[in-house]
Ligand binder design. Sequence first.
Ligand code: GLA
Length: 426
Amino acid sequence: MAKFPPLLLLTFIFTLFPLVLSYNNGIGKPTPPLGWNTWNTFGCNINETLIIKTIDMMVKTGLRDVGYEYIVIDDCWQEMERDSTLRLQADKKRFPNGIPYLVNYAKLNGLKLGIYSDVGKKTCQGRPGSFEHYEIDAKTFAEWGIQYLKLDFCNLASGQYEQPWIYYSEMSKALNQTGKPILYSICNWGDKDPWKWAPQISNMWRVTHDIFPVYRWMMHIVSVMNSIANYSGPYSWNDPDMLEVGVNWTIAGGLTIKLSENESKAHFSLWSILNAPLILGNDLLNMPQWVYNIISNREVIAINQDPNVVQGRLMETIQENTFDGFCYALPGFICKYTEIYVKRLSLNRFAVVLFNRGDAEIESDIRYKSEKMLVLWDKHLGVSSTQLFMVRDLWLRKNIGVFSTKFETITPIEPHSAQMFLLTPM
Ligand code: GLA
């Protein structure tokens, strides 16, 4: 039997490995994208003016300079029919100047335009999908100057749902054939474990069904993210869906549901440390100051954008009187559900999120209490207790001090809230 010389074998393994772990289709940065998407606030109620005003706001508020880059137009931008040459066309009433006009407007403002289509025959809102038109659509998007494509998962034929990778790969090939760097975002809701096949053909893949501004659903998404941390890396990211910071949902009876400020901070901290794309879903034209303060925190965003490009890990969960994350304590008893997340950063630094998950239905639920939390160097970071770290609170934006062995939060962390720290070796 032929034997590989050991060096050749090693070279072979090391050249193959990055191919499997990362998918560099020329998009530039290996870190997750930052941007904004129309869907979570506006649904189908979108038009050219909204996009122009949002681009203006990205610039005016300084969010562009914080790092937000992609403006993504989700479903409902299309006419109901393709044109006579079979190309997708923008809804003429809502987008009278067409998509290239918006691409250009974004470009003039230092931003990139993204768009949405569907792997099946129709989009989820019944517009024409890309099925059997992957090449012509990829070509059209490339010619328009689109730099990000989100491809949804509605309206395949039933048998085709068994092997979604076939159809998503076809679009991947078509995008690559254009020779243009287009960030490719697969949106198949976590069906058939996309983290196992999507890293080879795309930059990001949704891990669950759609997010909405309800704490417990957000926690479900976080649990899924924790179970697949290994699959995230340079140029390829697990996608827990868009940010719900500042998103209001009006439901039956005119009731509004939204995340509280504490929940929103925890949400942003977790998305950041979990190497998730940071795609805003809120209305930038009507943005309360507290929302702006969260989404513009450069220090939290820097954790997400660290050049190591790894997903942070859940290092410890402490649960008391809970089962499957639900509090079963009788009145008078207290439940506890805390989590410690760690991300190893460049330059031997660490990011830490201390999270009082306290998974009650409402924030004021008295069955959970505020908790002080403790990080131990050896147990949670895997470094020697003698190591000195400067600990910086990233939400207070303040250095707390230099510590060895461990760090305990100065203030207790309320249920549904997180504190986030940067540890720099001294
Ligand atoms: C699906 C996707 C959403 C959004 C809508 C648009 O539900 O998961 O993110 O794109 O379709 O129709």
